[in-house]
Design a protein around this ligand. Sequence first.
Ligand code: DC
Length: 224
Amino acid sequence: MKNFNLAIDGPAGAGKSTIAKRLAKQLGFIYVDTGAMYRAMALYFLRNNIEASDSARIEAACKDVDITIEYKDGEQFVILNGENVNGLIRTEEVGNMASASSVNRTVRLKLVELQQNLAKKESVVMDGRDIGTYVLPNADLKIYLTASSSERARRRWNELKEKGVAADIEAIEQDIIDRDHRDMTREFAPLCQADDAVYLDSSDLTIDGVVDRILELYDEKASK
Ligand code: DC
């Protein structure tokens, strides 16, 4: 059978990575977390004191940055100039820098090539912001997964609480709204629903509910 490409796009905190990981496991596909690649680039910019607005330095830095992806037991590892940075990229600071620096076309083109090459080689579940619209316009199944900003803030707040980190839920929601705005209004490859994507709102659905719905859609496509 030819490679099957499943694209999942949506705003921050909609549950994309949890759902995509589960789907990849159940389907035996590779999970490609494209946000992690933008986060690794962002970590490089932060470490080198390069501001997101400084496009000359961002573009020059793109030549020095080598990002590769490795897989071990189904888990994706992002390698930044030879260093595994998985444990360093999940902070709010890196997430915000990833959102701000990913407006840059040179940054995007560099990572899009890596993403397209992965999807050429293997069946993938790939999540991000522009997968169905730009990276894999011919994906076999496209999902636009979203949830209300208040529900996404509540989930993030719970995650932090479980880690013992105190946080202000209103500030989290405002951060989410700002990030959505930036990701949706950038000029090049903004976050939007592809015309042929299936819209799923996870606000009132469980993780299992969303996974089952996407597996049904997959079965319909795969049996054609
Ligand atoms: O999904 P995430 O929170 O790890 O993504 C971090 C940022 O990276 C997100 O706010 C915007 C950017 N991003 C992007 O522009 N395109 C993608 N395909 C994935 C992420």
